[in-house]
Design a binder for this molecule. Structure first.
Ligand SMILES: NC(=O)c1ccc[n+]([C@@H]2O[C@H](COP(=O)([O-])OP(=O)(O)OC[C@H]3O[C@@H](n4cnc5c(N)ncnc54)[C@H](O)[C@@H]3O)[C@@H](O)[C@H]2O)c1
Length: 401
């Protein structure tokens, strides 16, 4: 069986690498540079090994293309394109729409369409299906299902095989075929009663994280005001064997999920007349954390950052990945520069970002650790500046939250 996956990023390429063991996979991506690399067997994301990819490419089980007609003779088409926010922080479904256009314009026989992109409840039924039908050149009755992705890039203990996967089709035939597909490479499939439940569950999972991170970020500020250690307090609370889950403070949340998905839930809530005050406030607390960090650094440095050289250590949104989407480092740098600091950053995992390159880990007046990759030596961080502020809780001996 031949399947197509539209979008070959963190989600799409991960699925491609697992599915290629059982199916012939066509990976469609609008970015020609990504497509060229993939066809050379070179992975551009953490978690997908180039040696495995190159094996699939050589054996003809995986091929990437920018061309929409690459999906022509496939029996299953999976959507894995970005669902970001617009400039005014509203759900942006333009990539999803263009994936629907590709499907509508190129498929002349019925297939199973599975959406893995994260979006609000009702997206499969009220957006994807109608959009594909609108773009279709011939009338075809596709099957439609949702199976929200839970991949955590860079994580090794949980993967496609052992992470339970939710799914639901618009019809029982769609649900059954979706199960048949995923059970080849996923051990635990959980069917829910409607696509809307699966879509909502995905948003709620990430909203749960966002709200708890905001709570611990607020608590870090309370603990500092009270003169107690936030980390020791959290460890103490965590000795309770039930009813508590430990989250740790940070300079804010990043990535394509936690800062974005809750806003999809808030938008659909408000559209339907339900309150989303808690979600909105959690988002604000997390966004404000970068300014709090800079306030603390300024207070410790004679109340002024004017002209001081500040090195931001780690600009990826989380350890051991090169992903900088929505990274808290961006706001930290913005606030530091707004107060007259001369800012550079060190992150050899990211390398280049926003036209700037990673600077050496040395010679600054102030260093602020936003993300601590495993490969970065703690001692070198401490030696990089006479004053080091750590937002991660991992650099012993530094000032911190
Ligand atoms: N990254 C994660 O950890 C993660 C986890 C779970 C769910 N998700 C969700 O999965 C979806 C994809 O996220 P991602 O992290 O893989 O994004 P990504 O940016 O890594 O990859 C998306 C890819 O889609 C391509 N693309 C965009 N529009 C296209 C189009 N019309 N046709 C073909 N290719 C197109 C882009 O070039 C890019 O390579 C999002 O909805 C996201 O919220 C992401």
């Amino acid at each position: 069986m031949k399947i197509a996956i539209i979008g070959q990023g963190y989600v799409g390429l991960t699925i491609s690498s697992f599915a290629a063991e059982f199916f012939e996979v066509v990976g469609v991506d609008s970015n020609p540079k990504i497509v060229d690399k993939l066809n050379l067997g070179q992975s551009h994301i953490e978690g997908v090994d180039s040696s495995i990819l190159s094996r699939w490419v050589k054996s003809g089980r995986f091929k990437a293309t920018t061309k929409g007609n690459g999906i022509n003779d496939c029996e299953i088409v999976i959507i894995a394109v970005p669902t970001p926010l617009t400039e005014n922080r509203q759900p942006d479904l333009t990539y999803l729409e263009s994936a629907c256009k590709t499907i509508g314009e190129n498929l002349k026989k019925p297939v199973l369409v599975i959406n893995e992109s994260t979006s609000f409840p009702g997206t499969l039924r009220n957006f994807i299906k109608p959009a594909i039908e609108r773009y279709s050149v011939v009338q075809v009755e596709h099957l439609y299902a949702i199976s929200p992705e839970r991949v955590d890039p860079g994580r090794t203990d949980f993967n496609q095989k052992n992470t339970p996967r939710l799914y639901s089709g618009l019809t029982s035939e769609a649900s059954d075929k979706t199960r048949e597909f995923y059970e080849k490479f996923c051990d635990n499939l959980v069917e829910v009663s409607s696509p809307e439940v699966a879509e909502a569950a995905k948003l709620f999972e990430n909203t749960f994280r966002q709200v708890n991170i905001a709570l611990v970020n607020e608590f870090a500020q309370i603990a500092h005001a009270l003169g107690i250690s936030v980390y020791e307090t959290l460890d103490a609370a965590n000795t309770k064997p039930y009813g508590f889950m430990k989250f740790t403070p940070s300079a804010g949340v990043g990535g394509h999920c936690i800062p974005v998905d809750p806003t999809y839930l808030a938008a659909v809530a408000e559209e339907n007349g339900a309150p989303a005050t808690f979600i909105r406030r959690a988002n604000e607390v997390n966004l404000e954390m970068s300014e709090y960090v800079v306030d603390r650094i300024q207070a410790d440095n004679d109340g002024s950052l004017q002209g001081k050289s500040v090195l931001v250590v780690g600009v990826a949104y989380k350890p051991n990945v090169a992903d900088v989407r929505e990274t808290a480092a961006e706001l930290v740098i913005k606030h530091l520069r707004g107060r007259g600091a001369v800012v550079s950053w060190h992150d050899d995992v990211v390398g280049n970002w926003k036209g700037e390159s990673s600077s050496p880990l040395q010679g600054a007046d102030i260093a602020v650790v936003v993300t601590k990759h495993d490969s970065v030596d703690e001692k070198k961080i401490l030696a990089s500046a006479p004053y080091v502020f750590d937002t991660t809780g991992k650099v012993k001996g530094a000032k911190g939250l």
